[in-house]
Ligand binder design. Structure first.
Ligand code: SDX
Length: 418
């Protein structure tokens, strides 16, 4: 378990030495609490205390509220894990049953939101549709009572329940079909697959998707969760918090990579093309999608579990030749990039699982979002418990003070200035 980060004191004195490549700055002005060290991307800079998730990036270990991820992926359910993340303890049998029933009762989405989606361009990316529809929930539940536990519980249930319905609804609408209403008698993952196809999924497929949701539910202060906490710190509503996080997750360096991994494997085409492709990619300093991580310097433990889930699916529903290409790419890329601490991350194998489940490629990141709503809401609650609005400092690199000049007095800056 990582040691408790020493909180940076109000004096802004950063206890750790400047990281290589950082830019130490002169002591901040007396009335500021700016840290004397700037770290690009806030790498290694604690931005909060949290008791939700712990990552050991050197040993490839991940725990949710102290429970090893492998145990949760093998023995828990996504809703039980969601309860654990958000309320801090595993639910009793009664607490879990009540939570599951509440979520089942709130899966439906207003026709107004479905009608709004019918105005979205069918060519739009499902993550943009999800961000818009998640934000629109705030129009229906606009009362902000963040200090009312009932309001907080209702918001958690609504978001966990409705996000999958909205992802599935846009999928049907963009095909010109009416959305499929959720079924209360199906489990969380089974119902999502049902709303995509109107067919009850194979129990193994539903079980594997549920495990994928557990694996993607939380990951400490990643970019989208940090975005959620910054948004939450202004005391806006939880729907805006989730919409802000969805927008952040959509980027290809973050949650969008799972979709790009399959595009990359398609581009490679076959095992014998892996090495020449990798040579060209490394020579052109191209990022290998699904590889590398800010925290992990070994193979992402989630990739290890996802690989096993993929093999379970292939054993049951037939092999995917792209898996052989992926495994060959992993072997060759680890040989070349492993010494730099660059290994497969969570996105490397997840797309192969979703493709075998028959999920369209541009829904891979929305599925990541469905799962990560649990983590974002856990951090939302935690932020509210000890809130201080995020407002970091900066290192100013602009012009020194200067006077405004009238148009006629402005000499062009260089020939042909625009
Ligand atoms: C997720 O933070 C989280 O927890 C995120 C996540 C979660 O659960 O929320 O785990 C989910 O976002 C997983 C990551 C998905 N993204 C990708 O797979 C995109 C490809 N990966 C990279 O873009 C990169 O590895 C990041 C963004 C994931 C991490 O980037 P860092 O920590 O900022 O590292 P960097 O870009 O500064 O790279 C450091 C060095 C560089 O080489 P040098 O210039 O020092 O020689 O490592 C190299 C990079 O070129 N490098 C890679 C690489 N990733 C880093 N080289 C080739 N391929 C890669 N994928």
């Amino acid at each position: 378990m990582a040691a408790e980060p020493t909180p940076a004191k109000k004096t802004g004195v950063d206890p750790s030495p400047p990281a290589p490549g950082s830019t130490p700055i002169p002591t901040a002005s007396p009335n500021a609490f700016a840290s004397p060290v700037f770290r690009p991307g806030l790498e290694g800079v604690p931005a909060t205390h949290s008791s939700i998730c712990d990552i050991d990036g050197l040993r490839g270990l991940l725990t949710y509220r102290g429970y090893p991820l492998e145990q949760l992926a093998n023995q828990s359910s996504f809703l039980e894990t969601t309860y654990l993340l958000i309320w801090g303890e595993l639910p009793t049998i009664f607490q879990l049953r009540d939570f599951e029933q509440e979520v089942q009762m709130h899966r439906r989405v207003s026709f107004r939101i479905r009608d709004m989606m019918k105005c979205f361009p069918a060519s739009g990316h499902p993550m943009d549709a999800l961000q818009a529809s998640a934000a629109s929930l705030g129009l229906f539940y606009s009362r902000r009572a963040l200090n009312d536990p009932q309001y907080v519980t209702e918001a958690v249930v609504r978001l966990i329940a409705k996000i999958p319905t909205m992802v599935a609804a846009f999928q049907l609408i963009r095909k010109g079909q009416d959305p499929i209403q959720p079924r209360d008698d199906l489990s969380y993952a089974a119902n999502f697959l049902y709303m995509l196809t109107e067919r009850e999924p194979d129990p193994l497929a539903a079980r594997i998707l549920d495990a994928c949701l557990i694996l993607h539910a939380e990951h400490s202060l990643n970019a989208s969760t940090f975005s959620a906490r910054v948004t939450a710190s202004t005391l806006t509503d939880p729907y805006a918090v989730v919409a802000s996080a969805v927008g952040t997750l959509a980027g290809p360096l973050h949650g969008g990579a799972n979709e790009d991994v399959l595009d990359m494997l398609d581009q490679i085409g076959s095992e014998d093309q892996v090495e020449p492709w990798l040579d060209r990619a490394i020579a052109s300093k191209q990022k290998i999608m699904g590889f590398g991580h800010r925290e992990y310097k070994v193979k992402d433990p989630r990739a290890v579990i996802l690989q096993r889930l993929a093999e379970d699916l292939f054993n049951r529903f037939g092999h995917d030749q792209m898996y052989d290409v992926a495994r060959r790419l992993e072997a060759v890329a680890v040989d070349r990039l492993g010494p730099k601490g660059i290994y497969p991350n969570v996105d490397f194998y997840s797309g192969l699982v979703y493709r075998k489940l028959g999920i369209p490629r541009d829904l891979f990141t929305p599925i990541f979002a469905i799962a990560r709503v649990a983590g974002w809401l856990a951090h939302w609650r935690e932020q509210l418990g000890a809130n201080r609005i995020y407002r970091p400092s900066q290192i100013y690199t602009g012009s020194s003070p200067r006077d405004w000049q009238p148009l006629e007095a402005r000499a062009p800056i260089g020939a042909g200035a625009a």
